[in-house]
Design a protein around this ligand. Structure first.
Ligand SMILES: Cc1cc2nc3c(=O)[nH]c(=O)nc-3n(C[C@H](O)[C@H](O)[C@H](O)COP(=O)(O)OP(=O)(O)OC[C@H]3O[C@@H](n4cnc5c(N)ncnc54)[C@H](O)[C@@H]3O)c2cc1C
Length: 404
């Protein structure tokens, strides 16, 4: 194994075997899936087990593998593996978003029977979206207008179990997978004002009467996954749609966003590794000024910098997975998750800049051997919390009197 391979294969014990396995299993699918609809790609890749939180049970005569990575680390390695095989980055992003930003946090908060009733999302036949952002801005959830009003006998039962349920009004926009999702996790106001208990979370089918899918956006970043809007017009929700208790929306949101900030960028590891490999091959082989391009110190330094940011990103992401596998509560990981998201997203942009510089004009020719996708890495600076605002939150943790 070369030093470069060793550097890029330095994950926790058992990880590389999972990355390799899922890369190898996804490889034949990737060719078959090129140009297919998002949903077809989703179902085929989910069929490999990428959305399953628990590893398969050992077969008859097999014993549990003590060296196997923990479930969260394994999920991250599966996401890395399918990305490394060249699966569409938009699809892999959406899978990472569902696994880390929705499945893990929902399993932690839902009662066992409620989780079982949605657990089919793990086999890819149904798809879940996370609906928080509204037209007037996504960074300030306590300014949201979407409102869930309690109906029913009004006996004041705070968990909604008075049987009355809720009526939902409002709209969510810029939602990944909204045009195709079967289920939505929607955050809505159940109280006026900016109290930390003003929001609640609801999980329900998008086919519920009163829900319409409005604009689908022509997105320039991650175009492989559709993005759209959900409009709620007098949507009657059963009390059982409430996730956690009434007023726990902000707590649930901080769990889903901490998970996302910790691990969503795992989707980028495969594309980053592929880009580094392509540019290394290119610089090694291309003739320039009467010598090979890679013999220039400046070219070599860019390749080293690409390896540096990839190594740093991989180390940070797997460290977050290990912390979550160890059972660290998400409320204790908020700052680390924010720092990981800032670091990996900015490193992804940096790696793409180096690749673009080394590719020359080919970076801007769609069907060249080295086309660059600049929009998708740049979008990572915004989703799951804009980096500028995450920096403010981190500084606040250090005691600075800084507000958003
Ligand atoms: C690819 C992609 C997928 C997405 N998927 C989803 C999804 O599935 N579900 C969902 O709910 N949303 C989704 N979003 C939306 C995303 O969550 C929001 O874009 C994000 O929360 C930021 O909100 P905004 O775009 O309205 O920006 P704004 O809140 O308007 O902020 C824009 C910029 O203004 C600056 N700024 C604003 N206020 C301050 C301040 N107080 N201090 C310093 N700087 C400030 C920052 O630079 C910030 O980046 C997605 C976005 C993208 C790009």
């Amino acid at each position: 194994m070369s030093a470069a391979d060793r550097l890029l294969r330095s994950g926790p014990p058992g990880t590389e075997a999972v990355v390799d396995e899922y890369r190898d299993r996804a490889l034949p699918l990737v060719e078959q899936l090129a140009g297919k609809a998002f949903r077809d790609q989703w179902e085929a890749l989910a069929g490999l087990g990428v959305l399953r939180l628990d590893p398969p049970e050992p077969g008859p005569g097999e014993s549990a593998d003590d060296a196997a990575p923990g479930p969260v680390t394994r999920s991250l390695a599966m996401i890395e593996g399918i990305g490394l095989a060249g699966a569409d980055p938009g699809v892999v992003y959406a899978m990472a978003s569902q696994v880390f930003g929705m499945e893990y946090p929902l399993r932690a908060v839902l009662p066992a029977d409620a989780w079982r009733s949605v657990a089919r999302i793990q086999d890819g036949r149904e798809l879940l979206c996370h609906a928080l952002t509204e037209r007037k801005g996504g960074s300030d959830p306590l300014s949201m207008d979407t409102r869930a009003r309690r109906e029913g006998n009004g006996d004041g039962d705070r968990d909604g179990s008075d049987g009355g349920g809720y009526v939902l009004e409002g709209a969510k926009t810029f939602i990944t997978a909204a045009p195709v999702a079967d289920l939505a996790l929607v955050f809505a106001r159940t109280e006026q004002g900016r109290s930390p208990f003003a929001l609640s979370a609801f999980l329900f089918p998008v086919a519920t009467p009163g829900v319409t899918r409005a604009d689908a956006f022509a997105k320039t970043a991650l175009p492989g996954v559709p993005m759209g809007e959900l409009v709620f017009d007098g949507v009657r929700l059963e009390a059982g749609s409430l996730v956690g208790g009434e007023g726990s929306g902000l707590a649930i949101l901080s769990s889903t966003t901490t998970w996302e900030r910790a691990l969503l960028l795992g989707y980028a590891l495969g594309p980053m590794r592929r880009t580094l490999q392509r540019l290394t091959d290119w610089a090694s082989g291309r003739g320039h000024f009467g010598r090979r391009m890679g013999s220039s110190h400046q070219v070599a330094a860019r390749i080293s910098d690409m390896a540096l940011v990839l190594h740093r990103s991989r180390t940070l992401l797997y460290a977050m997975a290990a912390r979550l596998d160890a059972g660290t509560p998400t409320r204790r990981l908020a700052a680390e998750a924010a720092l990981t998201k800032i670091s990996v997203s900015e490193d992804y942009v940096r790696l793409t800049e180096h690749a673009t510089a080394l590719s020359g004009v080919r970076a801007f020719i769609a069907d060249s051997e080295l086309p660059a996708d600049l929009h998708s890495p740049m979008a990572a600076l915004t989703y799951a919390g804009p980096n500028d605002l995450l920096r403010i939150g981190v500084a606040r943790e250090f005691g600075l009197p800084v507000e958003n």
